[in-house]
Design a protein. Structure first.
Length: 226
């Protein structure tokens, strides 16, 4: 990627002014370098006054507004950092006028990106235990206490559902408010996700007897639990 395009993705001068306003090493020299190995959001290494941050912003191609939701990522990082191993959020900016898109800054954590071969120092049972402990810590986090509780009692009824192949009307969702306070649904609110997948259809054929199979009568129904 050219330096000109990298500057358009994260202009150092405009970023510096915003950092000054946030009190992040204000007035000191700024260095911004694009990390070129990502394939989703754009990431940059930001250095200033002895600090190192990772800046993350949506890609330059137009996508669904919620596909790269910096506000959501910042909220999760801010909450999870209080309970589980996660990079600390330094600041977040939801104003697209600053560098052309919303973004957030997190502390830089040194590590190894494993692509094909696992380094020797990462092999062994200790890494596996550390991985399991991190997962257990994540699942044990009190999501309500760290600020990730649902804001309303709105949820979806009759999910999952199916859409017949010959249906040509509007796809709608049936909502219910299970909370005690009124809830207002506004345009742009994340209520439900549509996951598109095929539904297999079958044609029944009546026969006098079923043919033999390798499994035979072993197991129990669909579980094959012997």
């Amino acid at each position: 990627m050219s330096d000109d395009l990298a500057r358009r993705l994260c202009d150092p001068d405009r970023l510096a002014r915003w950092l000054d306003g946030e009190g992040l090493a204000a007035g000191l020299p700024l260095d911004v370098a694009r990390i070129t190995t990502g394939h989703s959001n754009e990431t940059f290494l930001v250095r200033r006054g002895g600090h190192e941050w990772i800046l993350r912003r949506p890609p330059r191609v137009p996508l669904a507004p919620t596909a790269h939701d910096m506000a959501r990522e910042a909220r999760l990082l801010r909450a999870l950092a209080t309970a589980v191993p996660a990079p600390r959020l330094a600041a977040a900016c939801l104003d697209p006028e600053v560098i052309g898109a919303p973004f957030h800054l997190t502390e830089r954590l040194d590590g190894v990106v494993v692509r094909e071969t696992l380094p020797a120092f990462l092999r062994g049972a200790a890494v596996g235990r550390a991985f399991m402990e991190a997962l257990a810590t994540l699942h044990a986090a009190d999501w309500g206490a760290i600020g990730l509780a649902a804001r309303t009692g709105v949820t979806v009824l009759n999910a999952p559902g199916t859409i017949d192949s010959d249906y040509r009307g509007e796809v709608q969702v049936l909502l219910v408010n299970l909370g005690s306070a009124p809830a207002h649904v506004r345009r742009g609110d994340r209520i439900a996700q549509l996951v598109v997948g095929p539904v297999a259809s079958v044609a029944w054929q009546e026969v006098a007897a079923l043919p033999d199979s390798i499994r035979g009568s072993g197991g129990f129904g669909s579980t094959d639990d012997r």
